[in-house]
Design a protein around this ligand. Structure first.
Ligand code: ZN
Ligand code: ZN
Length: 280
């Protein structure tokens, strides 16, 4: 492990898993994601290419699995050009310190997320009392302490470009966390939304109304600024993405995605903002 880098002292393996383990989905020829326990890890770059990027770093203790998936796709000893972070919550940076021990690569994140990536500040405690079912209830055991990474951490540049990735831009989508970003490629309308909006249902009522579409607001237990979160969903809706890979849940595309985003924007206060909870 690199000198000076460390995980938060509350970082630990969380005994939870989704149904599909490392069976992922290629949403385009060059973009692939798989679900690591309950969070998506995304690989940008065609199979066997030397030019590829990792988006988010999984749950705690996931580095071995991420290495394995990376080698299956890109070959033995594969190393990304950079790691991009949507934000610094434990379920998106869980494997990061271990990954950087083997991969000396830049890590790009929004500057507003730096305190949580440099050991300076903890995120607010997850709100396990928030309306939102089992996911919210077990969030009491989720780590919120910052990780500490060193000089590999780089700020996403102000011009919204991502170094080395000509077709992509980053979009500030705060609310779920202050420096939360989404990644967007306009040529095919591919959006990586992180936790700005997800496709896991948080309660069952609106699921009935929505039928197949499952676009939901950000995970409630960690979201502290609901006004900003609402604005961020409106920003995403205005892009009219064709395909969306969220931080949690399956990718959606086409009409199901469009209608789901429209429904979420139109009903955000009822649908996404919890009726009770300490940040609502
Ligand atoms: Zn999050
Ligand atoms: Zn998350």
């Amino acid at each position: 492990m690199n000198k000076g880098m460390h995980e938060g002292s509350d970082m630990k393996f969380i005994p939870m898993t989704s149904i599909k383990s490392t069976v992922g989905e290629a949403v385009t020829a060059d973009v692939y994601y798989y679900t690591n326990q309950l969070v998506n890890v995304i690989f940008i770059g065609e199979p066997a290419s030397e030019y590829w990027y990792l988006v988010d770093a999984g749950m705690p203790k996931s580095a071995e699995e991420i290495w394995r998936v990376a080698e299956e796709r890109y070959g033995v000893g594969a190393k990304p050009k950079a790691i991009l972070l949507t934000h610094g919550h434990f379920d998106h940076v869980g494997g990061l310190v271990d990954l950087l021990g083997k991969w000396d690569v830049p890590v790009y994140a929004h500057e507003a997320e730096f305190p949580y990536l440099t050991g300076k500040q903890s995120y607010p405690e997850p709100d396990s009392t928030v309306e939102g079912g089992l996911l919210a209830k077990i969030s009491a055991i989720y780590p919120n302490e910052p990780i500490t990474i060193g000089s590999q951490l780089k700020a996403l540049p102000n011009d919204h470009r991502i170094p080395g990735m000509t077709d992509w831009e980053w979009i500030h989508t705060p609310g779920h966390s202050p420096g939360h970003v989404s990644f967007y490629r306009s040529i095919d309308g591919l959006l990586i939304s992180g936790d700005a909006c997800i496709t896991v249902r948080q309660d069952s009522f609106y699921q009935v109304l929505l039928q197949k579409a499952e676009v939901n607001g950000p995970p409630r237990y960690f979201t502290t600024d609901w006004e900003a979160a609402k604005q961020s969903v409106a920003t995403i809706h205005a892009l009219h993405p064709n395909i969306m890979i969220p931080g949690h849940g399956v990718s959606l595309s086409g009409n199901i995605l469009q209608e789901g985003l429209t429904f979420l924007v139109d009903n955000f206060d009822d649908m996404a903002v919890p009726d009770y909870g300490k940040y609502s």
